[in-house]
Design a protein around this ligand. Structure first.
Ligand code: DAT
Ligand code: MG
Length: 140
């Protein structure tokens, strides 16, 4: 499988509880390399733009207000099959359905406050990385 890059976000419920290091250890233990990372505070407009694909969903306001509520850590993860591997390490969207050992099983508070975001396909990974990082911030 090819070396890929994917966009990860450590969400406000996790940054608030000081879990960035524990979550990063899960990525590294799975063979994912953190090749870019920064802490930012999204505006509501930026959160709405990032999650525009969900604009018609009933939870859109809850989701975007949550994502803009406190700082997040945005990061680029790299590795063999990184997009699917990251989704495995994250676990199911609803922590009640997440497998043991996954980030969401161990740390998520609810389906909304579920600790991490991860890109779901090569096209969205490329778009989401470009949303947050400039070429200068992405070391080859
Ligand atoms: P994922 O983050 O696993 O890719 P998604 O893309 O379907 O899940 O949804 C994006 C986020 O929206 C998800 O991480 C949390 C929120 N969300 C999804 N379904 C929800 C629901 N039923 N109630 C509240 N928030 C929800
Ligand atoms: Mg998604």
């Amino acid at each position: 499988m090819a070396i890929e890059r994917t966009l990860s976000i450590i969400k406000p419920d996790a940054t608030r509880r000081n879990l960035t290091g524990k979550i990063n250890a899960k990525f590294e233990d799975a063979g994912l390399r953190i090749v870019a990372q920064k802490r930012i505070h999204l505006s509501l407009a930026q959160a709405q733009k990032f999650y525009a694909v969900h604009a018609e969903r009933p939870f859109f306001a809850e989701l975007t207000e949550f994502m803009a509520s406190e700082p997040v850590v945005v990061q680029v993860l790299e590795g063999e099959g990184a997009i699917a591997k990251n989704r495995e390490v994250m676990g199911a969207t609803n922590p009640a359905n997440a497998d043991a050992g996954t980030i969401r099983k161990e740390f998520a508070l609810s389906v909304g406050e579920n600790s991490v975001h991860g890109s779901d396909a090569p096209e969205t990974a490329a778009e989401e990385i470009a949303f947050f990082f400039s070429g200068l911030e992405l070391v080859g």
